[in-house]
Design a protein. Structure first.
Length: 62
């Protein structure tokens, strides 16, 4: 889960490489190429680990 600096917008997603994904979010900041770029959501505020992708996707949907 990431947010912007004012903590007014949240982004929730699933990844198998959190470091790379956060880097990608920062690379897109200020652009309309992605939701996270458009809303500057590149501050990590929470993460959870799962053994199986199906569990992670189910949690994301909640």
């Amino acid at each position: 889960m990431t947010t912007n600096s004012s903590k007014s917008t949240l982004y929730i997603g699933v990844t198998n490489d959190i470091c790379t994904r956060l880097y990608q979010h920062k690379e897109n900041k200020g652009t309309d190429k992605s939701f996270t770029g458009k809303y500057y959501c590149y501050y990590l505020v929470h993460y959870e680990r799962f053994s199986h992708i199906e569990e992670a996707i189910a949690r994301e949907r909640k």
